[in-house]
Design a protein around this ligand. Structure first.
Ligand code: SAM
Length: 197
């Protein structure tokens, strides 16, 4: 099954929130502290926990994801919690960013693209970030326990960081994390970069 349909099916099948409302607070604190306000784009926003968290903090947020089920869920939660944000379906394989943002974030998503598409979307992300703005990108690395199960791109050690030569690196970490949100508990090998233009 293609990754795009895989996720929509997972969202449809999960009665509760698939990612249990998990917010990447440790990483997003950089936006709160360095930017305080501004426009944020969340690519592969899932059910929108990060997007809604940032909107509640006063950021003007747009959330994009390929899954219509996830996007509808974001809209429902935002309405229920009286939060204003934009949410749209988008396929990052062909997505073109239309405006500039103060921050563009993408957690556990762009590794579902092919290497050439990853090069293209990171170029787009960087170009559409305002000067002084921040990018946060989280991807899986080679040796991740899901390697072989999905047709996705696993980053080499240090590879994500290379995209941000010339930017100020606020944080770059390679680490392992247990995922108990779906299927059998499994460990991800992760790289996360937080970079300032
Ligand atoms: C592991 S989830 C991460 C969701 C959220 N960022 C988080 O960290 O909780 C990956 C997300 O990427 C989305 N996705 C996968 N392929 C995509 C594509 N080609 N374009 C846009 N979104 C995609 C899936 O629908 C899913 O919501």
């Amino acid at each position: 099954m293609e990754n795009k349909h895989y996720f929509d099916k997972l969202y449809q099948e999960s009665k509760d929130l698939l990612w249990k409302g998990f917010i990447h607070k440790k990483q997003l604190k950089y936006l709160l502290e360095e930017l305080k306000q501004g426009k944020v784009l969340d690519l592969g926003a899932g059910e929108g926990a990060d997007a809604i968290f940032l909107a509640k903090k006063g950021f003007k947020v747009k959330a994009a994801d390929i899954s219509e089920t996830a996007i509808n869920r974001i809209k429902e939660i935002a309405k229920k919690e009286k939060v204003s944000l934009e949410a749209e379906t988008a396929d990052l394989e062909t997505y073109q960013i239309k405006e500039n943002y103060d921050a563009i974030i993408s957690f556990a998503t762009i590794h579902f693209l092919k290497k050439e598409q990853i090069d293209k979307i990171i170029k787009e992300i960087k170009e559409h970030t305002n000067k002084g703005g921040i990018n946060i990108i989280m991807v899986f690395r080679e040796g991740d326990e899901t390697q072989g199960d999905f047709d996705m791109y696993y980053f080499k050690d240090g590879e994500l960081k290379q995209y941000y030569t010339g930017w100020e690196i606020l944080s770059y970490r390679e680490y392992e994390k247990l995922d108990t949100a779906h299927g059998k508990p499994h460990t991800h090998k992760i790289a996360t970069i937080i970079a300032k233009k």
